[in-house]
Design a protein around this ligand. Structure first.
Ligand code: G
Ligand code: G
Ligand code: MN
Ligand code: NA
Length: 254
């Protein structure tokens, strides 16, 4: 109860912040995007993991105001980079299935884009398989509306849910994120290696880009290159970093 009140306070008083994790093209190591990951430094408890406070936010309904805060924060950041003449890459934002279930989601998204005059192509939403598969018809409507704004869509944590390929094909996704759990054991587990190669070739035939997350070793990276994965994200390249470090290490003026 205490944590719930504290989280609410943090959302309402801009006490959360965002770390950005770089994403790279596997062919040429060029920076292609960032994933926005929310962080909470509790005044008494210290850093609380999103693995803890996102579920809390989902249980308490705070996920709607938190999700909106993250989206606004990211749009504001992109706006401020553009104002400063910095070359910007697209930023991927995680969306909870509960946010998608609220019927004002597209409106909130549109509002954020307008408020900060963001080119829609600079925002990508990461949506989990299960969020889509749970309610196919509603999802199709919603995802089409989002795509209609020009915002890109990626399937997060792919391989952990139960996606039907025929539906995957009909939804307007442009990217598929191969879940970290398959990448992790790639070197020791033949099944995981086989699953990854299958996902990549399936994605290719469906016209989807692939990004592997949780890449921690050079061997994993080489495996992904060999099998035609498009992009990578993981500790091998960079941890999620605060804005200042992102600006110093990855961004430059036009
Ligand atoms: O950042 P970290 O690696 O600890 O993230 C843990 C989990 O929290 C991941 O599943 C990630 O998708 C989720 N997460 C991080 N930031 C956000 C966010 O802004 N919104 C939602 N819904 N989930 C997030
Ligand atoms: O569910 P989602 O894919 O959004 O979760 C992203 C989470 O993965 C974040 O918590 C992020 O900090 C974490 N992460 C990113 N790269 C790596 C990595 O290379 N190794 C591990 N163990 N975690 C990672
Ligand atoms: Mn994600
Ligand atoms: Na993921």
């Amino acid at each position: 109860l205490r944590m719930e009140a504290d989280l609410k306070h943090a959302i309402e008083n801009d006490k959360l912040h965002i770390h950005y994790q770089p994403q790279f093209n596997l062919e040429n190591d060029v920076l292609v995007g960032f994933e926005a990951l929310v962080r909470w430094n509790h005044p008494a408890e210290g850093p609380v993991s999103p693995g803890e406070f996102i579920p809390l936010a989902e249980e308490t309904g705070l996920i709607h105001s938190l999700g909106r805060w993250v989206l606004r924060q990211v749009c504001q950041q992109i706006h401020s980079w553009e104002q400063a003449g910095i070359s910007v890459v697209p930023v991927a934002v995680n969306v909870s299935s509960l946010q998608m279930k609220k019927n004002n989601f597209v409106h909130i998204l549109e509002e954020c884009l307008n408020e900060f005059q963001i080119t829609a192509q600079l925002i990508e939403l990461e949506i989990t398989e299960s969020a889509v598969m749970d309610r196919l018809e509603k999802s199709m409507e919603l995802l089409s509306a989002i795509r209609g704004l020009g915002v890109k869509l990626a399937i997060d944590d792919f391989g952990t849910g139960y996606s039907s390929l025929s539906y995957l094909k009909s939804f307007p996704f442009s990217k598929l994120k191969i879940d970290r759990s398959f990448v992790m054991d790639l070197e020791n587990d033949e099944n995981d290696a086989a699953i990854i190669t299958a996902i990549i070739s399936m994605a290719k035939s469906l016209g989807l880009k692939t990004i592997a997350e949780g890449v921690e070793t050079e061997l994993q990276k080489q495996f992904l290159i060999k099998h035609g994965c498009d992009e990578v994200q993981g500790f091998l390249m960079s941890r999620p970093l605060p804005v200042e470090a992102i600006e110093t290490n990855y961004l430059s003026s036009k």
